[in-house]
Design a protein around this ligand. Structure first.
Ligand code: UDP
Ligand code: MG
Length: 319
C-alpha cells in the first residue's frame, strides 16, 4: 500500500537532533492518520548525520534516505528529494522544526478542498537577527520589482500535489530556486500563515556568502531586467552626452574653453564604472548560460538507505 504523503527534508549537519525531529513529525502525522514516508536528503554533511539517517532507516518504517556526494546546497538537496517523490502529495520542510509540523494535518485537509499547493507564509519571521531581516526584505522587494513574483514571507514549507510536482519536474534548469519555481508554475494555491519556530538545535546553515549566491542566482534566473537596465543607462548617457557636446562646442567657439578639467575626470570615472558595471552584468548572465549549457547534473547521489518496510503499518491511508 503506497503512502499518501512524502515529506521531503534536506538535512545538513543536523546530527544532534535529526532523529528526535523525525520522531516528532511522525508522532503528529500518525495521530492525524496520515500515511506517509520520509525522503531525507543528506546534503553532504560533515558530521554524523548520514549515520543517523541510516540508523533511522533501520529502526523506523517509511524512511528513505539519500546521501549526496558533497554539499550541493539546500536547493539541490530539495531537487534530489522531490525527484524521488512517488506519492500523490509531497511536503517540503526544514529538518530543524522551524516549519511547525503541527500544521501539516491542517494543510493536508486544505488540500482536500481542491487546492494544488498549500504554502506556508511566515506570519512572523521569528527570531532572526535585525540584519538578516533587513537583508531578506531588500532581497524580496528587489525580486518582486525585477520579476513580478511576490515572494515576501514565502517559505519552502509547501505541500504540493502530483500535478504541481510534475509541472515542477518539467523545469529543466540546472541552477534552481525552489521558492521561485514553485510560484512560477502557478495552479490553485492556498496561503497558510505560520510562525517560524526557533531552531531546535545549532545555528542556521546559511552563511552570508551562500545567501548572496542564492540572491544572485534567484534574480538572474527569473529576470533579464538587469540586462535591459544597461541599455536604459546607455540611453541616459547618450542623451546627456549630446547636451554636453552642444555646450562644449559652444564654449569652444566662444573662446572660453580651457576650464572643465574636473568635469572631464568625473565623466571618465562615471562612464568607466558604468561600463564595468554593464560588462559585469552581462558576464553574470553569460556565466549562467555557460553553467546551464554544460548541463551537469544538479546533484550526485552517493548512497541511499531505505526502511525494509516502506509503509508505516499503523496509519491507515486517508486517500
Ligand atoms: N540545508 C541543506 N544544505 C545546506 C544548508 C542547509 O540541506 O547547504 C538544510 C538544513 O539542514 C535545514 C534547511 O536546509 O534542514 C534550512 O537550513 P537552516 O535551518 O540552516 O536555514 P534557515 O532556517 O536559517 O533559513
Ligand atoms: Mg532553519
Amino acid at each position: 500500500m503506497k503512502p499518501a504523503l512524502s515529506l521531503v527534508i534536506p538535512v545538513y549537519n543536523e546530527e544532534a537532533h535529526i532523529a528526535t525531529s523525525i520522531t516528532t513529525v511522525r508522532r503528529i502525522l500518525d495521530a492525524a492518520n496520515i500515511s506517509h514516508q520520509f525522503i531525507l536528503v543528506d546534503d553532504g554533511s560533515r558530521d554524523g548525520t548520514w549515520a543517523a539517517l541510516q540508523s533511522l532507516a533501520i529502526t523506523m518504517t517509511g524512511i528513505r534516505a539519500y546521501k549526496l556526494s558533497r554539499n550541493f546546497g539546500k536547493e539541490a538537496a530539495l531537487c534530489a528529494g522531490l525527484e524521488q517523490v512517488d506519492t500523490d502529495l509531497a511536503l517540503v520542510m526544514d529538518s530543524d522544526l522551524q516549519h511547525p509540523p503541527e500544521l501539516i494535518p491542517a494543510m493536508v485537509a486544505k488540500m482536500q478542498e481542491g487546492y494544488d499547493v498549500v504554502e506556508g507564509i511566515k506570519s512572523d519571521r521569528g527570531h532572526e537577527g535585525q540584519m538578516y531581516k533587513l537583508g531578506a526584505r531588500a532581497f524580496y522587494s528587489s525580486f518582486m520589482r525585477l520579476t513580478g513574483f511576490d515572494l515576501r514571507d514565502a517559505s519552502d514549507f509547501k505541500l504540493m500535489n502530483r500535478r504541481v510536482i510534475n509541472a515542477w519536474r518539467q523545469l529543466p534548469e540546472r541552477d534552481t530556486f525552489f521558492r521561485g519555481m514553485a510560484a512560477w508554475v502557478g495552479f490553485k494555491r492556498y496561503a497558510m500563515p505560520f510562525q517560524v519556530a526557533r531552531r531546535v538545535e545549532g545555528v542556521s546553515k546559511w552563511s552570508p556568502v551562500k545567501l548572496s549566491r542564492l540572491f544572485i542566482s534567484a534574480i538572474s534566473s527569473f529576470s533579464s531586467l538587469p540586462l535591459q537596465i544597461i541599455t536604459i543607462l546607455g540611453a541616459i548617457f547618450f542623451f546627456s552626452s549630446l547636451l554636453l557636446a552642444i555646450w562644449t562646442l559652444y564654449m569652444k567657439f566662444a573662446g572660453t574653453a580651457l576650464s572643465g578639467f574636473t568635469t572631464v575626470i568625473l565623466l571618465q570615472l562615471i562612464i568607466g564604472s558604468a561600463i564595468m558595471f554593464g560588462l559585469g552584468t552581462i558576464g553574470l548572465y553569460l556565466a549562467r548560460i555557460y553553467d546551464e549549457i554544460k548541463a551537469r547534473p544538479r546533484y550526485l547521489i552517493e548512497q541511499s538507505a531505505a526502511s525494509t518496510v516502506s509503509t508505516p503499518g499503523t496509519a491507515s491511508p486517508i486517500f
